[in-house]
Design a protein around this ligand. Structure first.
Ligand code: PBG
Length: 329
């Protein structure tokens, strides 16, 4: 017998003991389900690289939100795909835009559902960038910050007018949180919550999303506004600015490759902190599971646990419905 005083295995010796000392627990209300609502389609269009995800019509979105609500989910995140795109993203702030109409329909059918809207221009611009863009020599994109912020404010206010509970700016322009807060307040929406995509990295993990939202940039890339994946301290500076400017909640995105950032943000700011398990993370799990290489349910649940352990209070995930079902059984 080894002369051991400490035997960590003691606390793992039965399922009930393990449950007693478990530090992290998942709840259905941790999850936020994204929807892609399209003005261009007559019925659902599956997104090829994201099994289980589809572009939906407004009516289908409401029906799916009702099902999600019945499963216990209480928050959704809306992305819109407009019929027409232009240089100035008119659809993003049109009072009768696809997101604005969907918000109204959702709030009418499910008043208790927390409706979050993604505030960005990339789904609405003909060039696919997140702001007003000039094409420069060599195919580079110059995205004009301050002009773009004006349009983002209009988009956020139009979402609040429609009844959105939370607006979530994902564009990464400088100063947009303060400008949106002032715009919302001036329009009387002092209670509309801002969930800032505060630390959003220029990530290759967004690949499948750009097909789902039809928002791939037509030239250049997003590296002049989204963050360099190499930088952690800079992420804290970005979050600090958004907090000073009035963000109520902050987000780290992508998720699993950025758990270190998530932990640092939660520790430093102690705000409600969201993490986004992005399209590429979801698709990789789906693809490996479809090949029989991993256990989809176990891997998805473990990923969620890792987010919470690292500091996430809220998790945006395309697997939200499956998670709700798994947590029930
Ligand atoms: C829009 C936006 C993107 C995502 C969320 N909002 C794409 C991007 O920045 O290119 C990515 C979400 C995902 O990959 O699931 N700006």
């Amino acid at each position: 017998m080894l002369p051991l005083l400490r035997r960590p295995r003691r606390l793992r010796s039965s399922a009930t003991l393990r449950a007693l000392v478990r530090e992290t627990e998942l709840q259905v209300t941790d999850f936020i389900l994204p929807f892609f609502v399209s003005e261009k389609i007559a019925r659902r269009q599956p997104v090829q690289a994201m099994p289980g995800v589809a572009q939906l019509t407004l009516d289908e979105c409401v029906a799916e939100a009702v099902e999600a609500y019945e499963l216990g989910l209480r928050a959704v995140l809306l992305f819109g795909i407009p019929a027409v795109k232009d240089e100035v993203a008119t659809g993003a702030y049109a009072a009768d835009g696809i997101v604005q109409r969907t918000v109204r329909a959702l709030k009418q059918r499910l008043p208790e559902l927390v409706v979050i809207t993604d505030v960005c221009l990339c789904e609405y611009t003909s060039h696919g960038h997140c702001g007003i863009t000039v094409r420069e020599a060599g195919g580079h994109a110059h995205v004009r910050n301050d002009e773009s912020v004006e349009l983002l404010v209009r988009a956020a206010v139009s979402h609040a007018e429609a009844g959105a509970d939370i607006v979530a700016p994902s564009d990464m322009m400088d100063g947009r949180i303060g400008a949106i807060r002032r715009g919302l307040d001036a329009a009387g929406h002092t209670d509309t919550v801002i969930l800032s995509y505060a630390a959003k990295f220029a990530s290759a993990f967004y690949g499948p999303f750009r097909d789902a939202a039809e928002s791939a940039p037509q030239f250049g890339d997003r590296r002049t506004y989204q963050m360099d994946p190499a930088n952690g301290d800079e992420a804290l500076r970005e979050v600090a600015l958004d907090v000073e400017e009035g963000a109520d909640m902050v987000m780290v995105k992508p998720g699993q490759p950025y758990l270190d950032i998530l932990r640092r943000v939660k520790e430093r700011f102690a705000l409600p902190t969201a993490v986004y398990q992005v399209s590429g993370e979801y698709s990789m799990i789906k693809a490996a599971a479809a090949n029989g290489w991993i256990d989809e349910r176990a891997v998805t649940l473990e990923s969620m646990l890792a987010f919470k352990r690292a500091g996430a209070d809220l998790i945006i995930t395309y697997a939200a419905r499956d998670l709700a079902r798994w947590l029930r059984s």
